[in-house]
Design a protein around this ligand. Structure first.
Ligand code: ATP
Length: 325
């Protein structure tokens, strides 16, 4: 290969910038040229790309978001869109792509590379949801969880001062990974996850017991994808039964995506970017790089995409009830 295109796609995640930096500098070290593709697959279709040099990625390790910007791009799902993307990439001399994103991004990359095998693709797992197979951690998950923890600690202060019961919605439509870790880290009284439905009656019983056990505040974390109808419905149902608490709802929303990447995400982004380029140089394609047991390993994109079940750790699930009494 001689020229690598790098793009970020899907939702942005802290750690993408350290990864872009590692891709650019590792490629240059290997005597390759690098093209930055703006706004994910949209930049390939719109021909919105630029040559990157080692200074293009100066002072970005500490930045959240992604300097390449990201987008959801529907035209890339069509044959016509892919053909335009291919022609634009070829015209630039791009013969390999590093795509940083989630499973949608990987699905697109795999389809593209099967259609046009003369462009190699390497995936880097970048999503705050931590819901990809092939990597124990995805870029942005650690930072997002830390952001959530900081916010909940602050809410705990006011909850405690007023004998309040807080329902806090955190990101995770399909994955309770952020909710579970944040809940354990902050001592939440209950954690409602998409993967495991908690009956409202059980929740109410737990909260009443907590009150009898002289808890002065309670925090319930509700992942977006919880099956009880959303944080407001849950709070309303509980309020009807638990009269002695003043109930408040907080939705953390997009603040969970932003902020400087944590040490963990900076290192992970750097490792994965470095590994992605080295894999392409070694002739690999249609794979993703990931972290497993603190080793950087490659997984076939197809295998990673077929294994939909990302499991939450059993011990964390067990612990969440036992430690919150
Ligand atoms: P996140 O987990 O943060 O949502 P993601 O990568 O899963 O990230 P998506 O919006 O699902 O985010 O996908 C990103 C982009 O990948 C889409 O906007 C589209 O351009 C491309 N893509 C997704 N699915 C396909 C597909 N089946 N064929 C081609 N391209 C696809």
């Amino acid at each position: 290969i001689s020229k690598i295109g790098v793009l970020t796609s899907g939702g942005d995640a802290p750690g993408m910038n350290p990864c872009i930096r590692a891709v650019v500098r590792t490629a240059l070290y290997n005597g390759l040229e690098v093209v930055g593709v703006r706004q994910g697959y949209k930049g390939l279709i719109d021909n919105d790309m630029y040559e990157m040099d080692k200074r293009s990625v100066s002072n970005i390790l500490n930045l959240g978001g992604t300097i390449l910007k990201t987008a959801r791009c529907l035209p890339f799902k069509t044959d016509e869109g892919m053909e335009i993307a291919y022609q634009n990439a070829k015209a630039r001399g791009i013969d390999a792509l590093v795509v940083i994103g989630g499973d949608g991004t990987f699905t697109g990359a795999l389809r593209f590379s099967r259609k046009y095998p003369d462009i190699a693709v390497m995936g880097v797992p970048g999503t705050i949801d931590n819901d990809l197979c092939g990597s124990t951690y995805t870029l942005g998950f650690d930072t997002a969880t830390n952001t959530v923890i900081q916010a909940i600690d602050k809410i705990r202060d006011t909850a405690d001062a007023h004998d309040r019961l807080f329902f806090i919605e955190v990101m995770g439509r399909d994955s309770g990974a952020i909710a579970l870790r944040a809940g354990i880290s902050c001592g939440a009284e209950a954690i409602l996850l998409p993967e495991r439905t908690t009956a409202i009656d059980d929740l109410i019983k737990n909260l009443k017991e907590g009150h009898m056990n002289k808890k002065s505040s309670s925090i319930v974390i509700v992942a977006e994808g919880d099956k009880n109808g959303g944080v407001y419905d849950v709070a309303k149902a509980v309020q009807q039964e638990v009269k002695n608490y003043d109930i408040k709802v907080t939705i953390l929303g997009h603040l969970q995506r932003g902020g400087a990447p944590s040490s963990f995400d900076r290192i992970l982004g750097s490792r994965l970017g470095f590994a992605a380029v080295n894999a392409l140089v070694a002739g690999e394609s249609q794979k993703m790089v990931g972290l497993q047991a603190n080793q950087i390993l490659m997984t076939d994109l197809e295998a990673a995409l077929n294994q939909h079940e990302f499991k939450l750790e059993d011990d964390l699930l067990q612990m969440m009830d036992i430690l919150s009494i």
